[in-house]
Design a binder for this molecule. Sequence first.
Ligand code: GRG
Length: 300
Amino acid sequence: MTQAILEDARRRVDAALDRLLPSPSEPCARLHEAMRYSALSPGKRLRPALALAACRAFGGDEKACLEPAAALEMVHAYSLIHDDLPAMDDDDLRRGRPTSHVVYGEAMAILAGDALHTLACEVLATWPHGNGQLVARARVQRHVLEAIGWRGMVGGQALDMELTGKGGAASEEEVRGIHLRKTGALIRAALLLGSEIGGAHADQVEAMGRFGDVVGLAFQVVDDVLDVTADAATLGKSQGKDAKAAKVTYPAVLGLEGARARARDLTEAALRELAALRFPEGGDPSQLEALTRFILERQS
Ligand code: GRG
């Protein structure tokens, strides 16, 4: 079931991305090519899938969610390009392909990331194409922008850099703080975005935020575990780098079995949050539940 949910989300979101991204036949072709190379490369599309599933859970119109969901994927693609740069993690493999700076050069990769970031903001500022959902637009912008700046993704990355080298000497609170911001915040924002567009009330959005925190954290704990246990061919990116750099990760702080147990506990906590949520009649939270289980069980 989950593969079908992800496949369906990928097909619809990729069609939206293809429409929204600049054409490689317009001037600045190489920039446009680099933006497309990363945004349309074969990733899981988990954030858009979560946004669409949240919208569906509240009985909303998933079509209205497609462009904002595509904007989330643009932000994600930008963060991966910048994360892979020589000045950051210095990686040459992503999604089974050479990274952006390997193909397009460092300067163009930086620009492609910047352009994806700003195009995402533009999409969120111009959607919906009419005055129907202006309040939802403002709320969605706030959720996403709060999640990707100093309070969220960029701040989490800075914290990660600051604590790199500390490895297992870090506390669980420190690793939790990094993960909630660096990775969890965008996943939480995807869920809030879908909920707002789906028509959730303020108390339901708040409850989805609690669910999002736990799911986002579970996602990154599993990511840390996979960096120890999986191989590069399965992951489509380099493996084992966290331990080499003495990064602050869950396996470093809790040990591999401790991290696996924490991922299971977080998934159960997320499923409890979901079960406690009151979805409207006509809403279908089954995809959210399936994606939550997938986050724990995924192999890449
Ligand atoms: C402004 C220089 C600058 C940086 C922006 C780079 C950055 C801030 C933040 C990094 C955040 C980051 C890359 C976190 C890693 C998140 C993560 C585990 C990504 C992998 O997500 P998946 O598994 O990937 O969903 P796919 O490829 O399936 O989409």
